[in-house]
Write a protein that binds this ligand. Structure first.
Ligand code: ZN
Length: 485
């Protein structure tokens, strides 16, 4: 040893995953004592807390220390045990190289490792190999345990909004070590209400602002927002489904808040961007604007609603006439909005109470949906296969990318087919319970979408102008052929 004072670095690390209770404080204390015994100066202490030694990128202080070694600021490293320093053989070899080129001494308090000798290097490598082995064994055990839990339908992670985690009781009513997610009555009611409203065509934004207005507490945040609500409503656990590695693998031991078909429709609604904006348009204030046609012979123009005209009274005051629908082609057919709407409303409510209509929209096209679902499953299997083949070098990265793109495109198409075959969400909700009340409550976009799907409305001319009572027969409401009645 030369006259040069040895400048030692102390490296300490603690991570949650290895279950070591030994704090960084204690590691540092022991290392300082060792430095004092050897007459070394402690130049610097590097501390990485709560990060695993296998994820190298997450250890900023470790890398800082290596940089300092390379810069010649550190001659020795003191560690409590080799597994504090590294658990990957690749990194171990880098450290051995570093010891070789910079004369770095690495002292592990768990046993002296002199990296300048073959014996020391062998022991150091063995330390790392053993640590690696322990990590892998632990990871395997953990994965196995997680998989087992998932297969048993047990919850993992924190219970989501709508649920409370409770112990599963045995036959005698005593709590066991198993847990299940029980529906929280208040939160589950919020989820059911939101599901119904979204399926009835309310926008996420309108539901969010209503929840906030009513002061309904948001999960782990001050207020609800659209992203949060979408995430909450998409969770498979709402339908009692257990997901493992991104796939539904069975049922949970917990409660289901929504039934599966309802949740399916909700997923379709929340993941399909084309459904977020309404086909009938959002700017309409009136039920039949642009939907009803003029019935005047040879016209057939589109009918739009306009605010009523201002009419002056003999006493000089003015009043506005009620809004009316007017033909935008001939301007000769005009009828009060309230009168026409009431005829159409009655007809729609009658249709929605008709079993054939309800059946048609409740079931969608089950065969087509099942076919599309089978296609999706087959494509998923192929996607997994090519990923395996790529991982095992059976196919090249370029081949993988090409196949992957092709399969994903097909999957998107199959998913669209499946959604198209699903029941019409808005109609399903409207055709259950009190139809008339649901119809009145439905947002205008939903009512317009249903009108355009179910009926053709024509406003017929009514003889010479003049005051006469409204004639219901002057509004023709004909069910579309799709409604085979
Ligand atoms: Zn016309």
């Amino acid at each position: 040893m030369n006259q040069h004072q040895i400048r030692a670095a102390i490296y300490t690390r603690i991570s949650e995953d290895d279950g070591t209770a030994l704090g960084v404080q204690r590691q540092e204390e022991d290392a300082r004592n060792e430095a004092a015994n050897r007459g070394w100066e402690v130049a610097r202490v590097y501390v990485d807390n709560d990060v695993s030694a296998t994820r190298t990128r997450m250890r900023p202080q470790f890398h800082r220390m290596i940089t300092d070694v390379r810069a010649g600021l550190v001659d020795a490293v003191l560690i409590w045990d080799t597994d504090r320093l590294t658990r990957t053989p690749r990194e171990a070899e880098d450290l051995i190289d570093l010891a070789d080129t910079h004369g770095l001494q690495i002292i592990s308090l768990g046993g002296y490792r002199d990296l300048s000798t073959p014996n020391g290097r062998r022991d150091f490598r063995n330390d790392v190999t053993n640590a690696r082995y322990e990590t892998e064994k632990m990871a395997r055990r953990l994965r196995r345990r997680l998989q087992q839990k998932a297969e048993a339908g047990e919850p993992q992670g924190r219970p989501g909004y709508g649920f409370t985690r409770v112990p599963v009781l045995d036959d005698a009513g005593r709590p066991t070590r198993l847990r299940r997610d029980e529906a929280d009555p208040e939160q589950a009611a919020v989820i059911r209400e939101v599901a119904n409203r979204l399926l009835a065509g309310h926008s996420l934004r309108s539901v969010v602002s209503d929840l906030n207005l009513r002061g309904i507490p948001a999960p782990e945040a001050e207020k609800w927002n659209s992203t949060m609500l979408r995430q909450v409503m998409k969770r498979p656990s709402l339908a009692g489904l257990r997901v493992y590695k991104g796939k539904v693998i069975g049922r949970t031991t917990g409660d289901a808040i929504l039934d599966e078909s309802m949740h399916d429709r909700l997923i379709a609604l929340l993941t399909d961007p084309s459904r977020r904006t309404n086909r009938a348009g959002n700017d309409y204030k009136y039920l039949l604007s642009g939907l009803a046609r003029c019935g005047r012979e040879g016209c057939g123009g589109a009918v739009r609603a306009g605010v009523g005209r201002l009419v002056s009274r003999p006493d000089g005051t003015a009043h506005r006439q009620p809004p009316s629908y007017v033909c935008t082609e001939c301007f000769k057919v005009r009828r009060k909005v309230a009168d026409v709407d009431s005829v159409v409303n009655d007809q729609i409510i009658t249709l929605l109470r008709t079993p054939e209509v309800i059946g048609m929209f409740e079931h969608g096209d089950a065969d087509a949906a099942a076919r599309a679902q089978a296609d999706i499953a087959a494509l998923d299997a192929k996607l997994e296969l090519i990923a395996d083949q790529w991982a095992e070098d059976v196919i090249t990265a370029a081949q993988f990318t090409r196949l992957n793109t092709r399969l994903r495109d097909k999957r998107v198409a199959a998913e669209q087919e499946r959604r198209a075959a699903l029941p019409n969400a808005a109609l399903t909700v409207l055709s259950t319970g009190d139809v008339a009340a649901s119809w009145d409550d439905a947002p205008i976009e939903v009512r317009r979408a249903i009108v355009s799907e179910l009926v053709e409305v024509t406003i017929l001319p009514t003889g010479p102008r003049g005051r006469r009572p409204f004639d219901k027969a002057s509004v023709s409401v004909v069910p579309r052929t799709i409604v085979a009645l």
